[in-house]
Structure formats: structure tokens, C-alpha cells
Design a protein around this ligand. Structure first.
Ligand SMILES: Cc1ncc(COP(=O)(O)O)c(C=O)c1O
Length: 414
């Protein structure tokens, strides 16, 4: 028999195995200073393209004031206990009502973290007789929620409607045998490559098949659709989304998340989502801070306009310079390059140290071997100068990647 920790010492996991080379720099880096388009990394100012503060609310003076005032009034503890027991307030209810109205649903329910909420909502919505059909590229919170499911699940190729239909047919057969229902799960915006989920086409299939649709719109909320109401509005199909989810961790620059849908479905989640039933309520500073942020999203359309002005300029500039951005139709801007992990490390080191640019880097196992994605997140705080500097730097690093410079440097880094 082994000691349980033998395995942990031998194999630190796919990311942990890189800790010696990467920790503190590529993994667990520290960005310092106010959240904005330029922050401090490793003692130097860098242009930050890695923060999902889409609308620039994180460091907005009105937001800071609202957060500060709420923290002064209530501290960070109130309310104590789970919502069901003693952690419920009229402000939680107000935020739920305002979120529901904003996304044009009957009701909403707050959760403390989007990740945990999603895992738990999936767990609550299906029983072993039900069948889940979900997109292959969905976020870990969906994958992990599906893992809890005791019944059948079918995964379809990413955003591939033919594959979706094939799996929906399979799911229908099973559900007819078990007497269960079907839950389809997609994202509104896929966070890695920036494509929109094909919600309109999925929803159109409701005419032929019987299923309910859950959409994770973490990246669409605040950035897409009229007034930032999300991907359902962008595609004109909000009504067809049965359970809508958005987190406050991105456009809202806060913490927390919510589910929205018909009253009876939301009430069911309130009474059955274990991540909320058995966890302390969202603190008041977060709730009041979220109310302020939502109000700003509603009343300051210029924030979204600014975000899209920067996004369009960045994406056009990169495409004009010959970069492959895939099929993004959102603010998420992936730059697809070819190379191995050591080359990617050398390249990102060069970008950060010599060009003052901080962006996220995505490599195997998240994407296939030999591919590198440099992922840029534009925000309303960026300016044209940031874009110009970035495109110039990207052109230089591409030359070095192609002429083998990073292959040589990378070999010494691993
Ligand atoms: C698509 C998606 N869903 C869910 C989450 C989890 O949200 P939270 O940060 O609120 O846990 C994230 C990341 O934050 C995300 O990108």
C-alpha cells in the first residue's frame, strides 16, 4: 500500500509539474497597483491585457466609494449564516430582482461564486433519469457539474450544430426510455477563443426536440447585446434561454454570480442548490457593490461603447498586421501562434520584460500540442497607445518565433 501523498510528491498535476520553472512568473504572477490598463509586474510597468474588467468598473471612483461605504456600514461579515437560515436581507432580494429585470427573466437567485454555483445548479437540475447534452469546450464549472450527474451525458463537438443534433437525438432516445428530460448546456461566449455559442441555432431546434437550455454567459454579460444584457439579446433569443447564468467576476468587477429564469425554476434552485444551502451568504459589501455596478451598466452605455471601440481597433490592427484571431465575435481576442511550451515561455518572457506587455498565454493541455494562444482582453480603460505598442511588439515577437530565436532561449528555460 502507498502513502496517499506519495503520488502527490511524484506527480504535481499537469500545471503543478511546471511549478519549478513557472511559479511566480507564468503561474501565480503578481500584478500590482490599481486595476487598469497599465499595472506593475516584476517591478516594471506593463500594459495589462489579462484582466476581465471589461467595462473598467474595477477602479472606477464611484464603485470604490460604494464598496467602501458598504464595508464601513456593514463590515465584511454581515449577514452571517446561509441565506435559508439567517443570511437573508432585503438587499440580496433587491439585487436578485434587478438582475432578473436586467436580463428580462421572471426571477433570479444569487450565488457566492459562479464556479460553485454552476456545479451545484447542474447537480440540482438533473436526476439520474435526465440526460445532459453539452459543448465540448465549456468552462470547468460546467464540466465539473456534469461530473456529478448520475445519468447519461453526451458531449458535442464545439459549436458544431450537426454534432449537437446527433447527440440530441441520442439523448432523446435515452430520455424516452428513462422517462427523464434533457438539459442542454452552452456558453454564451467561449472564454478561451471568444466565439459566441450558437444559441439561436440551438434554440431553433426546440421546435423539433424537447429540451431545456442553460447558458453560462460569464463573458457576454455586460459586453454583448443591447445595454450589455448578454448574448441572448445579442442574438435576439433571450426568451429561448431557460436558465441564464452570469458571474459578477468579469464585467461587474466584483464577486458573486446569479441564475435567472422562470419563478418556479429559480425557487427550485433556491431550495435545492447545495452550494448555497450550506454556505454563508454573500456579504453586504458585495451585494451593495453589485447594485451600484449594475446601475452603472444600465445608466452608462458609454462604458460598453468604449470597450467596443478599443476591441474593434485592437482586432482590426492585429488582423491588418497578419495575425490569426480565429473566429472571435466578442471582446476576447485570441492570437493564434505555432510553437511548443518552451518557446511560448521564452516569447512571453520577452513580451513582459522587453516590451512591457502582460497577456495570458494558453498552451497544451488546454489547447492541442504545438499551438499557442496569446489571449488579450480589451477593456474600457485601454487607450489607442496601448494597442499601437502591442501590435508593434507582437510583430517583433512573431519574427523571433518564426526564426527560431525562442526555440533556442526556451531550451535553456526548462
Ligand atoms: C465561462 C465561465 N463560467 C464561470 C466562471 C466562474 O465564475 P466565478 O469566477 O464567479 O466563480 C468563469 C470564470 O470566472 C467563466 O469564465
Amino acid at each position: 500500500m502507498k502513502d496517499l501523498f506519495d503520488r502527490i510528491k511524484d506527480d504535481k498535476g499537469p500545471l503543478g509539474n511546471w511549478s519549478k520553472q513557472a511559479e511566480g512568473y507564468f503561474i501565480f504572477p503578481k500584478l500590482e497597483g490599481n486595476i487598469s490598463n497599465r499595472m506593475i509586474f516584476n517591478g516594471k510597468k506593463v500594459i495589462t491585457w489579462s484582466i476581465n474588467d471589461y467595462l473598467g468598473l474595477a477602479n472606477h471612483p464611484e464603485v470604490i466609494k460604494a464598496d467602501g461605504e458598504a464595508a464601513m456600514e456593514y463590515g465584511m461579515a454581515y449577514p452571517m449564516g446561509a441565506r435559508m437560515m439567517s443570511g437573508h436581507t432585503k438587499f440580496h432580494e433587491q439585487l436578485e430582482q434587478e438582475c432578473a429585470e436586467f436580463v428580462d427573466k421572471d426571477a433570479a437567485y444569487l450565488v457566492n461564486f459562479g464556479y460553485q454555483g454552476m456545479v451545484s445548479a447542474i447537480d440540482a437540475l438533473v436526476t439520474k433519469n435526465d440526460v445532459i447534452v453539452y459543448d465540448m469546450d465549456t468552462h470547468a464549472c460546467i464540466i465539473d457539474g456534469v461530473r456529478l450527474h448520475a445519468g447519461k451525458r453526451f458531449v458535442y463537438r464545439h459549436n458544431d450544430i450537426e454534432s449537437f443534433k446527433k447527440n440530441l437525438k441520442r439523448a432523446t432516445k435515452i430520455a424516452e426510455q428513462t422517462g427523464g428530460g434533457i438539459l442542454v448546456i452552452s456558453e454564451g461566449v467561449f472564454g478561451m477563443r471568444g466565439e459566441q455559442g450558437r444559441l439561436a441555432e440551438i434554440i431553433a431546434l426546440k421546435e423539433k426536440y424537447n429540451f431545456r437550455l442553460l447558458v453560462d454567459d460569464a463573458h457576454g454579460f455586460g459586453t454583448l447585446g443591447e445595454g450589455g444584457r448578454g448574448t441572448g439579446f445579442e442574438q435576439g433569443v433571450q426568451d429561448g434561454i431557460d436558465v441564464y447564468f452570469a458571474t459578477f467576476a468579469k464585467s461587474m468587477a466584483g464577486i458573486g454570480a446569479f441564475f435567472a429564469g422562470d419563478k418556479d425554476v429559480i425557487q427550485f434552485l433556491q431550495y435545492n442548490m447545495r452550494s448555497q444551502m450550506f454556505a454563508k451568504s454573500l456579504p453586504m459589501a458585495m451585494v451593495k457593490g453589485a447594485l451600484k455596478r449594475l446601475d452603472m451598466i444600465r445608466t452608462m452605455p458609454e462604458l460598453k461603447d468604449k470597450l467596443w471601440k478599443i476591441t474593434n481597433s485592437l482586432q482590426k490592427g492585429l488582423r491588418d498586421a497578419g495575425f490569426d484571431l480565429g473566429t472571435t465575435k466578442t471582446c476576447i481576442t485570441p492570437v493564434f501562434l505555432k510553437g511548443e511550451i518552451p518557446e511560448a515561455m521564452a516569447m512571453v518572457h520577452d513580451l513582459r520584460e522587453n516590451h512591457g506587455i502582460f497577456c495570458s498565454i494558453v498552451v497544451y493541455p488546454v489547447i492541442p500540442k504545438g499551438l499557442i494562444i496569446l489571449r488579450l482582453i480589451p477593456t474600457a480603460t485601454h487607450v489607442q497607445e496601448d494597442i499601437d505598442e502591442t501590435i508593434a511588439a507582437f510583430s517583433e515577437i512573431r519574427t523571433k518565433l518564426e526564426n527560431g530565436t525562442y526555440k533556442r532561449i526556451g531550451a535553456t528555460m526548462v
